[in-house]
Design a binder for this molecule. Structure first.
Ligand code: FEO
Length: 173
């Protein structure tokens, strides 16, 4: 049984995860258009992951006997100034989600809801991993600089990350 406040916050989190999924999908299509296939593939996968986060919330709310509410779709940006600006925005988005997750956890303590607190632990680890990954991409982008072939090298780096993720996924299956 969830308190009204927890139910409301979990439903709000569905909206945040759904927006992150749409934002990354919009970024992926922009990268596709710009010929950055490694970046596009990375962002399509991140978009799918955010949808998975949203679905975890949906199933949890329903499993504990409440009602998960599907939110309306907010329009994400469709144009990005540069690949650097795009990944800065990914990082800002992840920091915002971490803040929202922390807020939900604070609320779990206040409402004495250990069941939801336990459920939320997975999201805490996930945010740590996602923030670290995006930070490392931003570090690489900084290292590559803005020379004539920088987009090629950045895209190569994202291809390398995609391969590493694929290998890890295959091993886990
Ligand atoms: Fe589900 Fe990356 O936040």
């Amino acid at each position: 049984m969830l308190t009204k406040k927890i139910e409301h916050s979990l439903n709000a989190q569905i909206e945040h995860e759904a927006y992150a999924s749409f934002l990354y999908l919009s970024m992926a299509t922009w990268c596709d258009r710009e010929g950055l296939s490694g970046c596009a593939q990375f962002l399509y996968r991140q978009s799918d992951e955010e949808r998975d986060h949203m679905m975890r919330m949906v199933h949890y709310i329903n499993e504990v006997g409440h009602h998960a509410v599907v939110p309306g779709i907010r329009q994400p940006p469709v144009e990005f100034e540069s690949i650097q600006a795009l990944f800065n925005l990914v990082y800002e988005s992840e920091l915002m989600v971490t803040k929202e997750i922390n807020h939900l956890i604070d609320l779990c303590y206040k409402e004495d809801d250990h069941m939801t607190l336990n459920f939320m632990q997975w999201f805490v680890s996930e945010q740590r991993e996602e923030e670290a990954m995006v930070r490392s991409i931003l570090d690489k982008i900084k290292l590559v600089g803005t020379g004539p072939q920088h987009l090629y090298f950045i895209d190569q780096e994202l291809q390398r990350i995609n391969k590493a993720v694929q290998t890890a996924t295959n091993k886990a299956e």
